[in-house]
Design a protein around this ligand. Sequence first.
Ligand code: SUG
Length: 435
Amino acid sequence: MSAREFNFDGLVGPTHSYAGLSYGNIASDKNTNLPSNPKQAVLQGLEKMHMLAGLGLGQAVLPPHERPHMRTLHDLGFTGSPARSLEAAWKVSPALLGLVSSASSMWTANAATVSPSADTGDGRVHFTPANLDSMMHRSLEPEITGRVLETIFADPEHFVHHAPLPAHDHFGDEGAANHTRFCEEYGAKGVEFFVFGRYALDDNKPRPAKFPARQTYEASEALVRLHDLDPGRVVLAQQNPDVIDEGVFHNDVIAVGNERVLFCHERAFLDQKNTLKQLQKAMGGALQIVEMPEADASVADAVSSYVFNSQLISVPGDTQMTLIAPVEAHENKRVKKYLDRISEEEGPIGSVHFADLRQSMRNGGGPACLRLRVVMTEEERASIKPRVFMDDDLYKDLTVWADKHYREQLTPDDLRDPALLDESQSALDALTQIL
Ligand code: SUG
């Protein structure tokens, strides 16, 4: 059956800020308390979506979640009017307010794990929202993510929605950021590749010494079961714990795949040789691997440039693939030299396009973090009713909407302003009408 890949990008929310919330994410830590520009952030994301739609790729949008998350404040005993709760929470801890205000749902690569119908036992597309249990601010997302996905992918004939995995560190699940699907073509049976950071139930296995390994083996394995994947077409591999300690908090910071191609750093996986061998076997020898040697660019280069957080895309009509990389990868001399070389060779990656997503990048969110990939047949796609697919008209409506509702500057102090809550709610109400 023929199928297409759609990128569902998260719209940046009106409270986009730099609160230093993600231990082990170097950009988040480095930019703590810098002023942010939510309007620029949402427009940068929209521009990327519009560009990909213009190249003929399937592109859609997911709405932001409502923030500040007043229910969490309420559950913590901050009652009374919203203005009072916000002020009282701020007095207790500005960091707490930063946490409930985070616009982190924009990084939809962490929204869910998605298995297309060609891979699953019952021939339907399976979704499991990520529990995002490792970081408090992100653990507020799964409930709404689940509801949003159920609303968009509503037809039970085509789509199955699982509950997030149990909300405990043992089953820490970060969604598609640690999941890659390889295939000969999108509609054919694929090979699903799950990368985890540690074993939760075995203390003797290697794990990072400093930073958290957010995804567990037990979580990845549960996803394989839930989505009823063919065990012969699944590979599970452990991330190299040393690179987690160097700031690789998700696999999509060190590897990206598309169709027959894997682009990764040579230090990405704990047992790299065996992992690549298993993938190659599952793909029947068809996998093309582009492995960046440490001698050309280090893991530190990969983390600061975010080159592996690129989107590797098949532009209709092109024989070679295109890499949509962040501009930071252009600014790193070693990385740029390497990219120039591989795109000049006769390899699978033919060109590189650099996108300016600096607002999101300052929180460690590059091009690939902002998108959730969903492979769908034409019939599955046609069953979707909301106006989420990107075209010139939706792009125009969303840029006008962002221009009207978003602030150009937000400092940590502004998060206690009740007017920001009102503005965010009005923005989401207006967005609901648009979508
Ligand atoms: O979970 N940053 C996000 C970035 C997510 C990137 N996603 C992928 N690699 N797929 C995170 O660490 C920082 C928020 C702050 O500090 O204000 C943050 O949540």
